[in-house]
Each structure stands twice: as structure tokens, then as C-alpha cells.
Design a protein around this ligand. Structure first.
Ligand SMILES: [Zn+2]
Length: 390
């Protein structure tokens, strides 16, 4: 039994007709465009007699099979970033839908309910990413800050609380584009994800002394930006020393006063480390903190810390088996980016499958996945679903 590649592509094209305009695809969370995509999804389910429902914040579900039993959930999200691509999120939902349609078409007697879900607000910053799936898994922290932000959304507290619905399901699988280059570089078709990277950020300020760029000699300077440059080179060395899968980035940096004729007096930046082991992540941030502290005048404040999420051994093993049986080349790998599967992994067995995307480009109109890779991905999703049932 195989999925229908052309139908998969047609459905993806259909949903990508919904965009607020401009380059690429824009279906921002909680806007009429995300809503239109979710409505399209519900109508598509209904056209195939798939039972549908929306929960209290609008996460959308379509179910086939028995009404009782531990459900298998397949999904992702239909919202995008501004001027995003055609595949990030949408592929996982459409492939899930295609799996359900294939099961119906082949008249498969289902032992367990199989549901495709489109979670809301995966890309939305206002309430934090993966919002729909975190609410579904009861992972929301109702702190003051959250309650304040909620006022600027279409939801109230009760609606968010009522969204919790994970109890009816036991397994979750998500198909997503890799958004990196590993599969492409290694000429592989599928990535079976074993962990979603944990993340730790430090907010670092390097203090120097501002002064006239023309009058203060090179040996008289206390240049905060030059100090920062040396800290960043050391950071690069430390992370590379630890090796894969650890990665370190400084992508945000503020120079004061940021003028061409003034020696920088102060630099503030966010330093980020991602990896699969929280202890290693902490060691790296401690080493760079010690280096900075011993050599320069710095203020270091802890920022975000998120633990890595381990995905289900059971689902990893099944997905590997399905790849082998289908002669699909795969590798087991980490995901550096967060996904809805991260939320689900807190409350049920969860799996995440990657397919290659061209040059690793994502969150960009140039995002591209080969139809044959999408077909492979959806077939592995189908095979994994079937094996979960047996
Ligand atoms: Zn995504």
C-alpha cells in the first residue's frame, strides 16, 4: 500500500493558494489566513468522510477508525512565518491527511483511531512558538506575563485551558522538512529524529571605554567590540571542540554607541548553545563564561534554558524498520529546531521524520522539497502508522 503522490502534491498546492500575498507564503498565526487554511483542511477531511472537530482555540482534527481506543495522532501546523515557504508545517499536515485518505481508500480495518491534526500558532512569537500543541498537551505556564500577552490574542484563559486533549492519544508522528543540510549532504532520503535540541542562552554585556576613534592610540584602548570578537572566537573554538551535535551561535549583537568615529564602549549580545545533552550545553556556556570573566569586564545573565526532548525509542525503531523494508536511505539525527513533536513528547510516545530540503533553506520563499522526497516521507509515515497499529 502506497500513498498517492499526485494527490499529495495537489493538496499541498491547494492549501498554498491561501496566502496573504507578497513573496512566498504568508499565513500568520491567528489571522484570517491561518483560519482559512484550517477551514480548507476541515472541508477536505469532510470530502473524504473523515470525522472532524476544532478544539477551543481552533486546533483542527480529522479522525478515521473506531471511536474508542488509544489514538494515533499525525500532524504539524498550517501557519507560516512572514514570506515563508510552501513546506514548513503544511507538508506534515497534508501528508497526514494523505495517510488517512490512503487508509480509507484501501479499506483498512483500523484497530485504533487515527487522527490528523493541524496545530495553531506553531510559528507565532506572541504566545511563544508551538502554542497550539503546548496548549493541547497542557504545558502552558499561566504566569502574569502570559496572561498579559493573551489579551492581545483572540483567546481567553478558559479557552486555552479547555484545549487540553492529549489524553485520548498514545502516539504522535510528525513529518517535516529538515530545515538543514545534513540529509542533502549525506545523500539520504529520511531523517529519523531521536532528539530535539535543548537550548541555553546567556545575555552578555562586555564593558569597555568609549572614546574618539582618531585620538586614542591602539594600545590605549579598551574596545568592547574587539573584546567581544575575541570572546566569540573562543566560543567558536569551544563549541567545535565539543563537536556534533552541539552548535553555538551569536546572532544578535548591540554595539554602543555604534558610530564610525567612536571606540565601542559597550557591547551586548545573546549567546546561544544547542545540543542533545543539557549537561554538555551547560558545560559549554560555563567555559565561555569563565573565559570572558577572566579576561574582560563582563556582566553575564542567564536567559532561556530549555531541556532537550527525547523522542520515542519505540517509534524510532519502527520508523527505521519501515525505512529498511522500503529500501529508503536514512539516518538517525538530532533536530536543531523546535517542532510540535517537542510538545507532544512530554505526554506521549512521539516521533519526528525529516525529508531533505534544498540547500537547507527554510522560512524563505525559496524553500523547496522534491516531490519524490515528499512521497517517500508520506510513505514512511503511512508504514509507521500501520506498524503502530499491529
Ligand atoms: Zn514547522
Amino acid at each position: 500500500m502506497k500513498i498517492n503522490k499526485q494527490r499529495l502534491i495537489n493538496m499541498l498546492d491547494e492549501v498554498n493558494n491561501i496566502s496573504s500575498g507578497g513573496e512566498g507564503i504568508t499565513r500568520l498565526a491567528y489571522t484570517e489566513y491561518e483560519e482559512a487554511a484550517l477551514e480548507w483542511f476541515i472541508k477536505k477531511c469532510e470530502a473524504y468522510s473523515i470525522k472532524t472537530h476544532r478544539d477551543s482555540i481552533g486546533n483542527a482534527f480529522g479522525t478515521v477508525g473506531p471511536t474508542k481506543g488509544d489514538g494515533i495522532l499525525i500532524g504539524s501546523h498550517l501557519d507560516t512565518v512572514k514570506n515563508g515557504g510552501r513546506y514548513d508545517g503544511a507538508l506534515g499536515v497534508i501528508a497526514g491527511l494523505e495517510v488517512l485518505i490512503t487508509l480509507i481508500e484501501n479499506d483498512i480495518k483500523l484497530e485504533r483511531p487515527v487522527t490528523v491534526v493541524s496545530f495553531r500558532g506553531e510559528e507565532a512569537n506572541i504566545l511563544g512558538g508551538t502554542f497550539g500543541s503546548r496548549a493541547f498537551c497542557e504545558l502552558i505556564d499561566y504566569n502574569e506575563n502570559f496572561i498579559r500577552k493573551l489579551k492581545n490574542t483572540p483567546f481567553n484563559e478558559k479557552q486555552v485551558k479547555d484545549t487540553a486533549g492529549y489524553q485520548y492519544y498514545k502516539d504522535y508522528i510528525e513529518l517535516h522538512i529538515e530545515q538543514g543540510k545534513k540529509l542533502e549532504t549525506n545523500e539520504l532520503n529520511i531523517g529519523v529524529v531521536n532528539a530535539i535540541a535543548g537550548i541555553k542562552r546567556l545575555d552578555i554585556t562586555v564593558h569597555g571605554e568609549a572614546g574618539h576613534s582618531g585620538t586614542i592610540g591602539m594600545n590605549e584602548r579598551n574596545d568592547a567590540l574587539t573584546h567581544t570578537a575575541k570572546i566569540l572566537l573562543e566560543f567558536d573554538r569551544i563549541v567545535k571542540d565539543y563537536g556534533e551535535p552541539n552548535i553555538g551561535t551569536v546572532g544578535e549583537l548591540y554595539v554602543e554607541p555604534n558610530l564610525p568615529n567612536v571606540v565601542p564602549g559597550k557591547v551586548n549580545f545573546i549567546l546561544e548553545v544547542r545540543g542533545t545533552k543539557i549537561d554538555t550545553i551547560r558545560e559549554i556556556t560555563e567555559q565561555i563564561s569563565t573565559f570572558a570573566d577572566n579576561n574582560y569586564q563582563v556582566t553575564i545573565k542567564p536567559d532561556v534554558e530549555k531541556h532537550p526532548a527525547s523522542l520515542s525509542e519505540k517509534i524510532i525503531n519502527i520508523a527505521e524498520e519501515v525505512c529498511k523494508e522500503s529500501n529508503i536511505n536514512y539516518q538517525v539525527m538530532m533536530s536543531g529546531a523546535n517542532h510540535d513533536a517537542n510538545s507532544l513528547s512530554n505526554v506521549m510516545d512521539s516521533g519526528l521524520l525529516f525529508i531533505p530540503c534544498l540547500n537547507g533553506i527554510s522560512h524563505n520563499p525559496k524553500e523547496f522539497a522534491e516531490p519524490s522526497d515528499m512521497e517517500n516521507g508520506a510513505n514512511i509515515l503511512l508504514g509507521t502508522t500501520l506498524k503502530l497499529m499491529s
